[in-house]
Design a protein. Structure first.
Ligand code: GAL
Length: 338
């Protein structure tokens, strides 16, 4: 072979090797996934984490591909999360699965991922559109917040139509409610608050807001707020609308401490403790996302990214980027259980 031919063959080999990144299917027998959770003490996120661990094992058994899940908690700090992402990249993670701390500031994560050529599947805290549009290898798995809120409002509308006396407890023709809201910066808080109330109005439930407050998704914060409201408005509260189950449980804790009975409390998430409270009738209702599907979508999308495959067809993506998980109303059946 002439020197020129040897050079051409070598150059062709090099080109082949360098083309094996994103977009090319690879034969892999193990996948390393770097997962960062915004906090480790959030009930809903912890439910998701456990299902993710189970499903990763199940996938491993079925596919024969080893899944290494490196799950870290960012303790509510975007800085910590950015450092975790750097570490994941230095450990050669094939793909990242990120529950952003600050959804308005996902650019740090995206910059690092883009530079290293590592795809990212975000979930639960939706980065702003401008950030999501920066690269083709960014995905989001979540729940449509407006749909959640409309379902939450609908459960009270339906109940009011069937049994107005079980919602308007004092029979004065007005349902007086308090509102518990999640973090101000979270896309779900504003939309859930606005659309649950709008749905009640559209459904012709005569409502009046007594007061409301931000309890950042947390049971203890909600419990403290509710304790204050019970003291201020001792016999006025008929309904507690909460942006999530944990805050609804906090309100129930305060009602039980004050020995106030009959107040209807509704939440969102269908977490394990939320479902227990629903079963016992302490929680009137919740809107529950299909968590199995939610996690399957995250994992299947993540694995397809790692293998350089097209996103799985079973989880249709809107705009090629977003998977919206179905959800349902779960309500404590008064007739059946009393
Ligand atoms: C919401 C969920 C909350 C909390 C929050 C964290 O979607 O309803 O309970 O987990 O996400 O981002």
């Amino acid at each position: 072979m002439t020197k020129l031919k040897i050079f051409l063959v070598l150059a062709a080999c090099l080109l082949l090797v360098s083309c094996q990144g994103i977009g090319k299917e690879e034969e892999k027998n193990s996948i390393r996934i770097g997962v960062s959770l915004y906090r480790g003490d959030d009930t809903f996120i912890n439910n998701i984490r456990s299902i993710m661990e189970e499903k990763a094992k199940e996938y491993e058994r079925q596919s024969g591909i080893k899944i290494i899940l490196d799950i870290q908690e960012a303790k509510g700090s975007q800085n910590i999360q950015n450092n975790q992402v750097e570490r994941f990249i230095s450990l050669d993670c094939d793909v990242l699965c990120i529950n952003p701390v600050d959804r308005m500031d996902a650019s740090g994560v995206i910059d690092k991922a883009m530079t290293a050529g590592v795809p990212v599947v975000f979930f639960n805290r939706q980065p702003v559109e401008e950030d999501m549009n920066r690269w083709d290898h960014l995905y989001y798995v979540g729940v449509d917040a407006k749909e959640t809120a409309i379902l939450q409002g609908k459960m009270v509308v339906d109940l009011y139509r069937e049994h107005p006396e079980s919602v308007d407890l004092n029979g004065d023709g007005v349902v007086s409610y308090v509102m518990l809201e999640g973090e101000t910066s979270h896309q779900d808080s504003l939309i859930r608050t606005e659309w649950s109330v709008q749905t009640l109005k559209d459904g012709k439930v005569p409502i009046e807001k007594i007061t409301g407050g931000i309890a950042n998704w947390e049971r203890s914060q909600a419990s403290a707020l509710m304790e204050q409201w019970i003291a201020e408005y001792p016999s006025d509260i008929e309904l507690v609308i909460s942006n999530n189950d944990d805050m609804a449980l906090g309100a129930i804790d305060a009602l039980e401490r004050a020995q106030v009975t009959g107040v209807n409390v509704i939440g969102i998430d269908g977490t394990t403790p939320g479902l227990e409270a629903l079963e016992s009738g302490r929680l009137l209702g919740t809107v529950s996302v299909d968590k199995e599907l939610y996690v399957s979508a995250i994992l299947e999308l993540t694995v397809s990214c790692a293998l350089g495959q097209e996103p799985p067809e079973e989880y249709p993506l809107s705009d090629g980027t977003y998977y919206w998980t179905p959800q349902e109303i779960l309500i404590h059946r008064i007739e059946e259980n009393q």
